[in-house]
Design a protein around this ligand. Structure first.
Ligand code: SAM
Length: 306
């Protein structure tokens, strides 16, 4: 328990997918003039250094956000690899760039900071964060305390699956819930679906976004299937997006430590997606794949229903 540290993975392809979807959802949800409550059940540390020890050891950002910036926002006079960058992808890159002064990012915003940046003070939007790792909760509290708009944000060292219940339905009846566990314990898979089932009973019209890894485990395959069933039973629309960067051909350099393939694919399952999300992702994901795709098995998909 608690061996997972997001710092090793920050800015990888899964974060690129997850945070692009999150930003596109928030852009839409913050257009209406009513308070929005956002709950991030598995928050992590909030901010990460991409040039620090953790990120340097795993190198995952190199196949994610850093590769994206190198291709689409190259230093000097080089032209970007894609002439017309999809608005949702551009929005993601602009948000990451806002945390950095150099052209290649050194700091990566985790979901708490991605969300906080898009909340509005005037409508009294609120962000509730849950994190249980003894070290990450300290970093998260310290990072949030630096925010000027810190009053909008509440941090709890509690189980996010349990803590979520108290916030549904929210007072203004508008909510976005991000469920992004580390799945380091097998029971997380069942907890995700149980949590969505319970949340839909409490607040059927909330927007729910679940991240999951695409790995050869029956529990992982079951996540989108079960969520689709739950959404359909509740009569709610859904959207399912996946990104698979494929297998790297030449992974290991003679004389250097071996690098595994790591996680190659993940998905985001959204219940009650904004009506603009499908079209936004249908433009953004092929471009994401064009830059991040590594070879065998690569692909992307956006499917919606309900
Ligand atoms: N959402 C973050 C982001 O996008 O930047 C990354 C979160 S990371 C994948 C999952 C986090 O959940 C880890 O920091 C882990 O310590 C934390 N965690 C694990 N079990 C938890 C639980 N039951 N409740 C709250 N947090 C938990």
């Amino acid at each position: 328990m608690f061996s997972y540290r997001h710092a090793f993975h920050a800015g990888n392809h899964a974060d690129v997918l997850k945070h692009t979807v999150l930003i596109a959802m928030l852009r839409h949800l913050t257009q209406k003039d009513t308070a929005l409550t956002v709950v991030d059940t598995h928050a992590g540390a909030g901010l990460y250094r991409l040039d620090g020890d953790y990120a340097g050891t795993s190198g995952e950002a190199a196949d994610g956000v850093l590769k994206l910036f190198a291709a689409l926002k190259p230093a000097g006079k080089a032209a970007p690899a894609i002439a017309e960058i999809a608005p949702a992808l551009q929005d993601y890159m602009d948000l990451v760039a806002a945390f950095n002064s150099s052209s290649q990012p050194k700091v990566y915003p985790g979901s708490p900071f991605v969300i906080q940046r898009l909340l509005r003070e005037e409508t009294r939007d609120k962000l509730k964060l849950f994190e249980m790792h003894p070290t990450d909760i300290k970093s998260l509290v310290a990072n949030v305390s630096q925010l000027e708009a810190g009053r909008q944000v509440a941090v709890a060292r509690e189980d996010g699956f349990e803590g979520l219940k108290a916030f549904l339905p929210p007072p203004a009846r508008r909510a976005l819930v991000l469920i992004d566990p580390s799945y380091e314990i097998k029971s997380d898979y069942a907890k995700v679906t149980a949590s969505i089932q319970d949340s839909l009973k409490r607040f059927a019209t909330g927007s729910y976004a679940v991240w999951y890894p695409v790995i050869p485990r029956p529990e992982a395959h079951e996540v989108p299937r079960r969520l689709k069933t739950l959404a359909t039973q509740a009569g709610r629309p859904w959207l399912h997006a996946t990104l698979n960067i494929g297998q790297a051909e030449e992974r290991n350099v003679p004389g250097e430590p071996e690098r595994g393939q790591g996680l190659t694919a993940s998905g985001m399952f959204v219940i009650n997606p904004p009506h603009t999300l499908k079209a936004a992702l249908q433009l953004a994901l092929p471009q994401m794949l064009q830059v991040l795709g590594r070879g065998r098995g690569q692909g992307q998909s956006v499917e919606a229903g309900g």
